[in-house]
Design a protein around this ligand. Structure first.
Ligand SMILES: C[S@@+](CC[C@H](N)C(=O)[O-])C[C@H]1O[C@@H](n2cnc3c(N)ncnc32)[C@H](O)[C@@H]1O
Length: 269
C-alpha cells in the first residue's frame, strides 16, 4: 500500500533511518559546521531539527514546522536547547536574538529566488550584528549532466548510494531540461522522471548494489506539492544580501561533496 504525502516531510520522518549523506550531513560537514561557528558563543538558531547539528551549539533554538519531524528527531540537547514549531518564512523572534545560525539543506526547500529573499529577510531581522551564519547548500554544477547519464552511472556502479543518485538526477533535470535559468523543480516530477527512466527497480537494485528499500524511499515524493531548488553557486551568490558577507565556502570529501558546500557568512549591517 502506498500513501499520498502532500507534505512529504511527514513521510520522510517515517523513513529517516534510510536517509544518508549527502541528504543528511556527513561527519565532514559536522566538523566544518563546528569550525564555521567557532568563536561565537551566543544563542544559535537551527533551521530544522537535524540531529547531527544539535550538539554543536549551546544555547540552541531549533525551528521546524512539522510536528512529525519534531517528534521523530528532536532530542533535548544537554545544553538546554529547545524546539519551536514555526515557519522559517515567519520567524517568531525579537530582533537581534541570535549570535549564530545554521541549517542543513534548508534553502533547497524554497523557490529561488523569491523565497530565498524572504528567508534571508527573516534571518537578518533575528541576527545580532556580526553574527555567524553557516548553511549547507545543494548546488548544481555549472555544466549539467543529462538525466540519462546519471542513470547510466547508476547502472554501472559509479554511484555509491541511492540518495547521491537522486540528487544527481534532480540536478540533471534542473540543469538540462527546460529553460537555461530554471532553478526550481517539482518534487513529484523527480519521482516521475525516475519511474520513466528506470522502471525496473529490481534490475536497478541488482545493477547498482543499492538496497531496494533505499530505492523505494523515492515514493515519498509521490504527489508531493512542494518544489525543490538547485541554484548554481553563482546564482546562490547573486541572491545573498549585501549585508551578509561571505567569509568562506567549505567542502567535505564525501561523494557529491562538490555539490554540497557549506557557505559561511557574517552579518555586517
Ligand atoms: C533541514 S531540512 C533538510 C534535511 C536535512 N538535510 C537534514 O538532514 O536534516 C528538513 C526539515 O525542514 C523542515 N521544514 C521544511 N520547510 C520548512 C519551513 N518552511 N519552516 C520550518 N521548517 C521547515 C521539515 O519539517 C524538516 O524537518
Amino acid at each position: 500500500m502506498t500513501t499520498t504525502h502532500l507534505n512529504h516531510w511527514q513521510g520522510q520522518s517515517g523513513q529517516w533511518q534510510r536517509l544518508t549523506s549527502p541528504l543528511r550531513p556527513h561527519q565532514d560537514d559536522i566538523d566544518l559546521f563546528a569550525r564555521a561557528l567557532s568563536g561565537h558563543t551566543g544563542p544559535c538558531l537551527l533551521f530544522g531539527v537535524t540531529p547531527e547539528l544539535v550538539p554543536l551549539a549551546k544555547p540552541l533554538i531549533a525551528v521546524d514546522n512539522n510536528t512529525g519531524m519534531i517528534h521523530k528527531l528532536w532530542q533535548d540537547s544537554p545544553g538546554g536547547g529547545h524546539v519551536v514549531l514555526a515557519d522559517w518564512l515567519h520567524l517568531p523572534f525579537a530582533p537581534h536574538t541570535f549570535d549564530r545560525a545554521m541549517g542543513d539543506g534548508c534553502l533547497t526547500l524554497f523557490q529561488y529566488p523569491q523565497q530565498y529573499a524572504t528567508l534571508f529577510d527573516q534571518l537578518l531581522r533575528a541576527l545580532r550584528p556580526h553574527a555567524r551564519v553557516a548553511l549547507r547548500l545543494f548546488i548544481r554544477p555549472d555544466t549539467a549532466e543529462t538525466p540519462e547519464a546519471a542513470c547510466e552511472a547508476a547502472f554501472t556502479r559509479k554511484i555509491g548510494n541511492f540518495h547521491a543518485f537522486k540528487w544527481r538526477l534532480a540536478m540533471a533535470m534542473v540543469g538540462s531540461v527546460g529553460p537555461a535559468n530554471q532553478t526550481n523543480i517539482k518534487v513529484a516530477s523527480i519521482r516521475d522522471t525516475f519511474n520513466q527512466l528506470l522502471p525496473d527497480r529490481a534490475a536497478l537494485a541488482h545493477a547498482s548494489g543499492w538496497p531496494l528499500a533505499d530505492i523505494n524511499t523515492i515514493d515519498v515524493y509521490r504527489d508531493a506539492i512542494a518544489s525543490y531548488s538547485f541554484p548554481t553557486l553563482s546564482q546562490m551568490r547573486d541572491c545573498i544580501p549585501a549585508s551578509l558577507k561571505i567569509n568562506d565556502v567549505l567542502y567535505g570529501r564525501y561523494e557529491l561533496a562538490a555539490c554540497c558546500p557549506i557557505i559561511v557568512m557574517e552579518y555586517c549591517p
